[in-house]
Design a protein around this ligand. Sequence first.
Ligand code: ZN
Length: 433
Amino acid sequence: MRISKIVCPFLCFLLCCGCSKSVTQNSSRKQEVGETIQVLQMEDRYLKSLQYPKTGWNELDQTIEKSVQTIEQAFLVSIMNKDYEIIPELNITYESYVKNDRYISVHLNIYQQFDEQKNTMETWIFDTEKKEFLTISNIIDNKDLQNLSKEATAYFKERYPKECNSDQFRSHISAAEENFKHVILKKDRFGVYFAAGTLFDHEAYFEMPYHHLETQISLQNEVIKTYVPYDDILNEPTKNIDPDKPMVALTFDDGPSTRYTASILDALKEYGASATFFVLGSNAERSPALLQRMVLEGNEIGNHTYSHKQLTTLSKENIEEEIVATQESIYGITHKYPELIRPPYGSKNDTVLQCTQGKRIVTWTLDTKDWKTRDSKAIVNYVEKTVKDRDIILMHDLYATSAQAAILLIPKLQEMGYQLVTVSELYAYNEQE
Ligand code: ZN
């Protein structure tokens, strides 16, 4: 069993009462601060999946947004008027941490796929009291920078002995400020990212606890509170499904969203209907209560990978990482491993199939294109006109218009005689026939 070390939102609320503006924390392990802004685009010429935080601190949010815009523009310019064998893809994910209720660290992982892969990163530490961005030299003195460099050297020499024997490694690990620009402050430790092309050809990450420092600044360790998931959410409601009557499976990808998923769950509950939610591991960890509710109310949770990269362009190792991390996140919250995997953009090949650990790959038979039209009436009309028995209907619980469409569609499909079942239920009845 895995217990995530994350902060209890209720405790935070109690602690924060009475102060002026404080940092609101989430229950995610890797995204402690900020509401996720999520953008998804599947054009003929490119794929785009962006996630970045909105923290409520203007200076920081503007800096993040500007950086994302610059990356997007550069991406679009570089693919202009060119033909690619593989459809170009831009993927941004983030991590965010808060320390002492004051220092917010945000780290963007930027992944671009043209003819080859390109991984880059952006990192900021923001002091919410002084409204300033900090660099490593604002945080520790030169002697501790040398300690950090020394520990990092020893750590990497053990892991990558061959690759460390190079001038490239030595010059990028030395105690110079510019080598340590991708630093994050966790509750009890520093994290340092090294971009691809600095220490090694690949990215690298190193952590050091604050108590290894000599500098006496406000980096004392904070107590990490622990969130313990429910033990008792395995009693799903029993359902009466009539195999002789038509049925369809509504599916929602890319969530859960803190804004819209609950309203879809409300409607499903009201009409005694079920759906399948293909969640992202990163989003799942932010909203454990929503996942537990999904299971408790008889819905199914599927794996939509951790960070929404197109799997067909990744190495076997990276595909496994995307799938396993999400299986574990969902298990940590619901005590159930998902039986279904839906690859982002529906992209699959033999390598992807080898990495599915015996789980079923699910795509769809009816694409509502809800992410594109953003028009709830158009979505409802399209489904009404085209739906047929045993359809798997693709939607995204990321947009207000999709949630509104779902709320209308649930009773409408039932009026048309369809039972709303989960994907596994749909398969179970198909296989019986
Ligand atoms: Zn998706």
